[in-house]
Design a binder for this molecule. Structure first.
Ligand SMILES: [Zn+2]
Length: 82
């Protein structure tokens, strides 16, 4: 009697453990701060004020939302100045 074996399901986290995360920019907050998400395990990162990559927690998502708003209002103002 043959036991039907399911194909081993590809675990994204396993892939990341072996090959590393494959981060893509999901959002440009400012020139220096970006949000990233791993293509495989959906882990999210962001750049903090020191330029280091840290995990994107709800707290930082909030900070980024504010930064983004400030950044965009700044760039809009800059455009009116030659
Ligand atoms: Zn990953």
């Amino acid at each position: 009697m043959r036991k039907t074996t399911n194909k081993p399901t590809f675990i994204p986290k396993m892939y990341c453990a072996l090959f590393g995360h494959d981060f893509r920019v999901t959002k440009k907050v400012t020139y220096h701060v970006k949000e990233y998400a791993c293509k495989h395990c959906k882990k999210e990162l962001t750049t903090n004020s020191n330029g280091a990559l840290i995990e994107l927690t709800p707290k930082f998502r909030g900070i980024n939302a504010i930064l983004s708003r400030i950044h965009h209002s700044k760039t809009r103002r800059l455009r009116t100045h030659p």
